[in-house]
Design a binder for this molecule. Structure first.
Ligand SMILES: [Zn+2]
Length: 470
């Protein structure tokens, strides 16, 4: 019990810190499997028994350290490409039919050659180290971690969750991970890393004492080098229980979101200015000789604008999430798969708006931090229902106003679906009594809803689309 109350005090402290958490889910993904299991949400007692966070800090490396980082990235890239080649060769060797030889693909490996899985590759890496000197000069665990990452990418391709892992061109490897950190690696001057030594860090916020530093990932971005520190704490935090004022949120492209309280939030205008800048720079790129110094300079400039857009978007979304949470005790969203939406006609705008990032990463995290209940509801036909009388109101999706013939209510379409989402969320809580509110049937329903939504958007705001492009 005392542990639990300590946990509440801890999260209270955490919830009062106003800073920005970089990536709530990302940090978890790279932990060991054991960690992942422990990190699961414990349904029986409604307690999150371990807190993982990833915080991002800017590094201020010296010139030598930059060289060392770049050298490490290059070695990582070579190891990645070699290991991927090995796997791909094995795969190609299995493609030939047994009873015939094709001209295109032959058995290029022995037919009883085992598949080069993670353990096999890690073993051969250890052996390769004895012969190749530059492999010895980088952290051993780091390279193992890389092989593990490749294994995960391979698995996810095998399970049809993502595409085939790619070979990386020179300069394409952007990060590496130190999977184990010393206990006292952090000081006011900077962070102590294996091989790289002490690197100065711009500590934009203090790391609380009750967090252990588990891992550190060095990332190269357009605006410099960063370190992503994975923090872990054993505090037990009771999961947020449904309480307070409920708000349903409908996200879309015409308005970024609409709440059941009638608030409609547009995409901020500063994106347009940044996109204009981007377009200008990209147009200028054509006049430069590919690969020349000026071309490279311009490329770097473009990369910085891209990062600026991503950073501002994230900042804006965090502020928006906090704004929503300060007026609500429960937040409900539709259970949509944004990856499907991004493949559609308006893919660019979907990605640009960052809807998935907002709904699936930032909003849940801010809700958790602000003690607001977060629930997902079935997305089927949220826009075809009247929030006031429950009658079915068929709307062609070009129609942006909800007008119910049964009860006569008139309101903006997005607000109406926000209210439907809100009602569904509340009903879900009543039925399930605090257990998850998801309308578990993700696949079919969300795809259907999505198709409708896409269709509607193309009809309704085709003139607006032009403006979004800049
Ligand atoms: Zn009605």
């Amino acid at each position: 019990m005392s542990e639990c109350s300590e946990g509440i005090a801890a999260i209270g402290k955490l919830r009062s810190t106003p800073a920005i958490i970089v990536d709530w889910a990302g940090g978890v993904a790279e932990h060991d499997q054991k960690d992942q299991q422990r990190n699961t949400y414990n349904r029986d007692v409604n307690i999150v028994d371990m807190l993982n966070m990833t915080w991002e800090f800017k590094l201020e490396p010296t010139a030598e350290q930059v060289c060392e980082i770049e050298r490490t990235l290059e070695i990582c890239r070579q190891v990645w490409n070699f290991a991927l080649r090995e796997r791909k060769d094995w795969l190609n060797s299995r493609k030939c039919p047994i009873n015939a030889c094709s001209l295109r693909s032959e058995y290029i490996l022995a037919c009883d050659q085992p598949f080069p899985g993670y353990h096999r590759q890690a073993k051969s890496l250890t052996m390769a180290k004895q012969e190749i000197e530059h492999l010895r000069s980088v952290n051993a665990q780091m390279l193992q971690q890389l092989l593990r990452k490749l294994d995960a990418a391979w698995e996810s391709w095998r399970l049809k969750r993502s595409g085939f892992p790619r070979f990386k061109k020179s300069g394409r490897m952007r990060s590496f991970l130190f999977p184990q950190m010393l206990r006292n690696c952090v000081s006011s001057e900077g962070i102590k890393l294996p091989q790289l030594g002490l690197i100065r860090v711009r500590w934009s916020r203090g790391i609380p004492d009750w967090f252990r530093i588990k891992q550190a990932r060095i990332v190269r971005k357009a605006s410099g080098y960063f370190v992503l520190v994975s923090l872990q704490s054993d505090v037990e935090i009771p999961a947020v229980m449904p309480h307070g004022h409920p708000v349903g949120i409908d996200v879309g492209l015409e308005y970024f979101l609409a709440t059941s309280d009638g608030e409609q939030v547009k995409r901020p205008r500063f994106f347009n200015a940044l996109h204009r800048k981007l377009k200008l720079l990209q147009r200028r790129l054509k006049t430069k000789v590919r690969g020349s110094n000026n071309w490279l300079k311009l490329q770097r400039k473009i990369a910085r604008v891209y990062q600026r857009i991503a950073d501002t978007r994230k900042d804006w979304q965090f502020k928006l999430a906090h704004h929503l949470c300060s007026h609500a005790g429960m937040v409900f969203v539709e259970d949509l798969d944004f990856r499907i939406m991004a493949k559609g006609m308006l893919g660019k705008h979907t990605l640009d708006a960052g809807l998935g990032q907002f709904v699936n990463q930032i909003l849940p995290w801010v809700c958790f931090k602000r003690d607001v209940y977060y629930g997902k509801v079935d997305a089927r036909g949220t826009s075809q229902e009247c929030p006031d009388c429950g009658a079915e109101v068929r709307k062609d999706l070009g129609i942006r106003i909800h007008h119910c013939h049964a009860c006569g209510s008139i309101k903006p379409r997005d607000v109406a679906s926000g209210q439907v989402i809100c009602t569904r969320g509340q009903r879900g809580i009543e039925n399930a009594c605090g257990v998850e509110v998801t309308g578990a049937l993700v696949t079919v329903s969300s795809q259907l809803a999505l198709k409708q939504e896409l269709f509607g958007v193309t009809q309704g705001i085709s003139n607006r689309t032009v403006r979004l492009v800049g």
